[in-house]
Design a protein around this ligand. Structure first.
Ligand code: NAD
Length: 349
């Protein structure tokens, strides 16, 4: 299958590109190369015969049309987005332009191509979204997000992704475009841009800096290993039911404080510091405005309909992630100089 992946130079998109090539698919990686992109993420597959890169912006409809005409994909996996909640608080405009208008452009370019091809039933437009569209859960382990949970986005990022989900569903209902959607929990793993919680904590710990935890650290996330997620996404793309959404979770709920303590314990073993534990560097800082208390995925649909489950526990995945950052300083070191990295963003003050 030839898959047009948008955002394939980012964290999750590049994991999808690497896995799709490994599984024998052809991949056209379309990416605008924003601050969050890193070409090294796909260096291992860039010379593969089935790989092509298109430097283009999803806000540019003409560039999308040219890409569809030149590459004639069988499917689209749409991951290009502005993805950092804190940045969405400081500058929501870019999130509306890329996540809403850019998704609209991508849908329209896909629809025009699909109509021109005679509306093939097997064509797929897979929209990759987040569980943050569902809002915040109470701390009751029996209550989780299902695919029927009403939308209740609370950050500009989540609202922009909720908007794009609605557009994708509308293009299916109105125009018949064969779409699938997925809403996943927080990802982690190798190639994670060093502005997100886990890489920030690993790199700050190694640098002897504070490990800043928002609020009291009691916010709960359901951690999904990015390589498991890429596998789930290809499962949804190839076997998901048209018009349907699938929630994808890691079955690994942890508070932020538990997560950071686990990271510190792994680092204490792998790179012991002179006296004390990395956990001594934990500090508590002002909370994120509107910080959702808990996200948790009910994975019943993807498990029962598609037979998919995550393969690692968060402890296994974190150990692999820490080792990857220890082994790949040449990847992360230059990224620390990019705009906004290492700064406290999204405080509204
Ligand atoms: P990322 O920020 O690491 O990568 C985004 C990629 O999209 C970058 O390579 C960037 O250059 C590209 N991009 C941004 N704007 C673009 C534009 N206008 N045109 C073309 N390319 C553009 O993001 P990620 O963490 O890999 O997330 C990928 C997708 O998964 C996003 O849609 C995000 O909303 C969704 N998602 C992420 C998570 C997570 O935990 N990271 C969780 C749920 C859903």
């Amino acid at each position: 299958m030839k898959i047009l992946v948008t955002g394939g130079m980012g964290f999750i998109g590049s994991a999808v590109v690497r896995l799709a090539i490994a599984r024998g698919h052809e991949v056209v990686n379309l990416d605008a190369l924003t601050y969050a992109a890193c070409e090294a993420n796909v260096s291992g597959v860039a010379d593969a015969p089935g790989y092509a890169f298109v430097h283009a912006d999803i806000r540019d409809r003409a560039a999308l049309d040219r890409t569809f005409a030149a590459h004639r994909p069988d499917a689209v996996m749409h991951l290009a987005a502005e993805s950092h909640v804190d940045r969405s608080i400081d500058g929501p405009g870019a999130f509306i332009e890329t996540n809403v208008t850019g998704t609209y452009n991508t849908l329209e370019a896909a629809r025009a191509f699909w109509v021109g091809q005679g509306r093939p039933e097997e064509f797929r437009f897979h929209h990759v979204s987040t569980d943050e569209v569902f809002g915040s859960l109470p701390r009751d382990p029996d209550v989780k997000f299902t695919e029927a949970t009403p939308y209740d986005p609370r950050s500009p990022y989540a609202a922009s992704k909720a908007s794009s989900d609605h557009l994708v569903r509308a293009w299916h209902e109105t125009y018949g475009l064969p779409v699938v959607l997925s809403n996943c929990s927080n990802n982690y793993g190798s190639y994670h841009f060093p502005e997100k919680l886990i890489p920030v904590m690993i790199l700050n710990a190694l640098a002897g800096k504070d490990l800043p935890i928002y609020g009291d650290g009691s916010n709960i996330r359901d951690w999904l290993f990015v390589e498991d997620h890429a596998d789930a996404l290809l499962t949804v793309l190839t076997r998901g039911k048209t018009g349907q959404s699938y929630n994808i979770g890691g079955e690994n709920e942890r508070t932020n404080l538990e997560l950071v303590r686990t990271l510190c314990a792994i680092l204490d073993k792998k790179r012991p510091k002179n006296g004390g534990s990395y956990a001594d560097q934990i500090t508590f800082v002002a909370d994120r405005p509107g910080h959702d208390a808990r996200y948790a995925i009910d994975p019943a649909r993807i498990r029962e309909e598609l037979g998919w489950r995550p393969s690692v526990t968060v402890e296994e995945g974190l150990a692999r992630t820490v080792q990857w950052y220890l082994d790949n300083e040449t990847w992360w070191r230059p990224l620390l100089d990019r705009a906004g990295v290492g700064e406290r963003l999204g405080t509204t003050s």
